[in-house]
Design a protein around this ligand. Sequence first.
Ligand code: ASP
Length: 342
Amino acid sequence: MARKSVLLIHTGGTLGMGQPEHRRLDLEPAEHLQRMLERVPELGEIADCDLIAPWNLDSSDVGPSHWQQLARAVVEQGGAGQPGGYAGIVVIHGTDTLAYAASALAFMLRNLDRPVIFTGSQRPLQAWRSDARANLAAAVEAATMDLPEVAIVFGDRVLRGCRATKVDASDYLAFDTPNLAPLGRIGVGIDLDRAVIRRPVGLFALAEELDRQVLGVTVFPGFDPALLVGVADSGAGLRVKALIVRAFGAGNVPIVGEHSLLPAIERMSARGVAVLIATQCLRGSAQLDLYAAGRALRDAGAISAGDMSFEAAATKAMWALAHPERSVAEWFATNLAGEVSL
Ligand code: ASP
C-alpha cells in the first residue's frame, strides 16, 4: 500500500514551547519538522510528513482571522476538496482555544473530504513525561484514516471538534464532548466508531466568512439586565448582532421583577439581534418549551442553541451572521457539522 502523506500545520501553544520565550517562531518550518521527527521518530514511520508554521502564538491570541487563514491552508496547501493532496491535515494548536478553532473550521469546511485533526499538549514536547509525543503520533495516525471530519485527538480519545470543550487545565485528558460519545478510542489501536462519523453529502466548499459581532453572557442570580441593555445600546458604531445567553439548566433565566431578562431580550430581538439561549450545564440542552421561563424567552424572540457547546454556539453565530442566505434562526435549526442534536 502506498504511504500516505500528512500536512502538519503548527500554530503554537504549549506543544512547541521551548525556553524561555515561546511566542517567537525561532525555528524555520524545515528545522521545526526535523526537531519534531527527532523527538517523535514514529511520525516518519506513520506517514510522509510536511510541516508549515503560519504563526506561533499562545492560542489566547488566535481568533477569526487565523481560523480563516487555517481553513485556506487546509484547502490550498492540504488539498481538501480536490483530488490528491495530503491524506489528512494535523493542526498543532494551543489547548486553551483549540475547541473554538476546531468548531469554526468545522463550519467553514463544508462537506469535508479528509481528516483535519487538531491536537496539542499540556506539556511541551521537549519536557520529560510530556503528553505531546503520544498526542502527535496519534493525531498523525488518525489523519491517515477514513475520518472526514474536523476532529480532536487528545489523550485516549478522538472527539468531534464542534462538540468539544476544554474540561481540564492540567490533566492529560483535557478535552471532552459532554453531549456526544467519542468518535474513537485510542489504545493499542485507534478504534473509530464508524456509525457516528460524518461523511460529505455534497460538493466541498470553503465558506470562510465570519462576523465577530457576537456577544456571550453567562446569567447568574443577581445579574442586572440593565447592563445588557447598556451594551446593546452603546452605539459608537458597535452593534451586537447575536447574543448568546448562557442560561440555567434547560434554558431558564430570571423572568420576574427587576431581574427579569425578558424586556432586554424583547428589545434586542425587536432590533434584529439574534438572541440565542444555551445551557450553562456541561451536559444537556436548552429546551424552550419545558418551563415558563423558556416559553417566555421564545415569545420574546429567543432561539434555542439546543445541546451545543458554547464554543460551537459562538463560532456558529459568527458563521451564520456572515452567511445571510438563511437567517440565524434557520441556521441554528440546521445541523451543519454534527454540532447539535436536532
Ligand atoms: N496557553 C496555551 C495555549 O493555549 C496552553 C496550551 O497550549 O496548552 O496556547
